[in-house]
Design a protein around this ligand. Structure first.
Ligand code: GDP
Ligand code: MN
Length: 391
């Protein structure tokens, strides 16, 4: 297609506006949101946004997950907001708690200490449960058994562009496993021993795992100068050979991915191993770096990972705003590139459809990690230091 540079081995699935393609077979898939009753307002905002930009045409079910019983008002409101089936599930102790062998009193003391040390979110017990859940038990949760694919959503996020094709069908068609929008560096103090633990597991299981090494090398390298946490990372986030993790990971509050990959024997045994070290509580390991490093070691090709460069998305203050596609009808902005931007070429090609974000704003996404993680799917050397702008 016109907007795709030929060096891109992971182009967007579609680059022009089109009437939503709602015919044809569907995948066994669901939108999934873990959420508290108290977050109803933010949850409604998200559901309205994803209905407007996608689900009003596709009507995928939305599965809501909670560690507590649902409020009636939450259920009623969502029934009135979503265009497809809505389901309300409650996690069991198995999915939402400390591992059974752990000394809970001690673990809580450790969590308090992490809070006093000012480690991001680490003083909240529930946040540790959340990260542990999304790292492993999510995938084997009974209520999700019937699905092969999930699109993870969260309260209070925005979607900006029309998604006119079925992302699950396209992922399946192209043998993709994992799709993301934003990539960032992890906060090093949340996970001092995570990388070593995962690298050791990788080394121990070398004969069984079929990782292509290309993604691994995008995250891990000998010459890595850890930015922007240079001093601290000199001593940590290294494997036994001295190679360092650059802290880059796919931001997991948005994920369109294969449940089967994460249900696999390899991934689940990796998760069980990580869980057995207690690191989800002793430290505050995020599910995002766990997913990312696991993908990097287990996938047989970097092309199993897809960057959804055409999806406009915001979570907190980070967002991706694709410029609108050329040649399409009914654009609210006629975004044409006025300056030549030599990096992140997909932003310069105008691949979004009816995006409502302001493509003129400097995006709040450090391009380092995005470009680094895209590198294995590109023949071209992508730039390092630029902050991504869409035009
Ligand atoms: P952040 O994105 O890292 O800032 O973390 P969030 O606070 O947004 O939490 C991530 C997701 O887990 C969101 O969908 C939250 O609604 C959900 N979540 C976090 N903690 C809890 C909890 O204690 N109970 C429930 N039910 N959901 C939670
Ligand atoms: Mn969030």
């Amino acid at each position: 297609s016109v907007n795709q540079p030929d060096h891109d081995l992971d182009p967007p699935f579609h680059t022009q506006c089109q009437e939503p393609v709602t015919e044809g077979p569907r995948e066994k898939a669901a939108l999934v949101m873990l959420v508290r009753n108290s977050e109803l307002e933010g949850a409604v905002k998200t559901v309205r946004s994803i209905e407007k930009h996608f689900n009003q045409w596709f009507h995928y079910p939305i599965v809501f997950l909670n560690d507590e019983a649902w409020d009636d008002v939450f259920i009623e409101t969502m029934n009135a907001t979503a265009s497809g089936e809505v389901r309300f599930e409650v996690l069991t102790q198995e999915e939402w708690s400390f591992p059974s062998w752990m000394d809970v009193g001690k673990a809580r003391q450790g969590i308090d200490q992490q809070g006093k040390d000012g480690i991001l979110y680490a003083g909240m017990e529930s946040y540790h449960h959340m990260c542990r859940f999304y790292s492993g038990k999510f995938y084997t949760f009974d209520a999700l058994k019937e699905y092969k694919w999930y699109w993870r959503i969260e309260p209070d996020v925005d979607f900006y562009c029309a998604l006119t094709y079925d992302p699950f069908v396209e992922m399946a068609r192209r043998s993709k496993v994992y799709g993301y929008t934003i990539a960032l560096p992890e906060v090093p103090r949340t996970c001092p021993s995570l990388f070593r633990e995962m690298a050791d597991w990788k080394e121990r299981h070398r004969p069984e795992i079929r990782g292509s090494e290309e993604l691994w090398k995008a995250m891990v390298s000998p010459s890595w100068v850890p930015w922007p946490f240079r001093r601290m990372s000199l001593f940590r986030h290294r494997d036994r050979g001295g190679d360092g993790w650059n802290m880059c990971h796919y931001w997991s509050n948005f994920e369109i991915a294969s449940l089967d990959f994460f249900r696999s024997k390899e991934y689940q045994s990796l998760f069980e191993h990580l869980d057995s070290t207690g690191g989800f509580y002793r430290e505050r390991w995020g599910d995002a770096p766990v997913h990312s490093l696991a993908l990097a070691m287990l996938l047989d090709s970097p092309q199993r990972v897809h960057h959804f460069a055409d999806i406009g998305y915001r979570h907190d203050s980070f967002f991706q705003c694709p410029a609108n596609a050329f040649g399409s009808k009914q654009l609210p902005h006629s975004d044409v590139l006025s300056e030549n931007i030599p990096w992140a070429p997909e932003y310069a090609s105008g691949i979004g459809c009816r995006c409502e974000c302001d493509g003129a704003k400097t995006l709040n996404v450090p391009a380092y990690c995005l470009n680094r993680l895209k590198q294995p799917n590109s023949d071209r050397r992508l730039s390092t230091w630029a902050w991504v702008r869409s035009r």
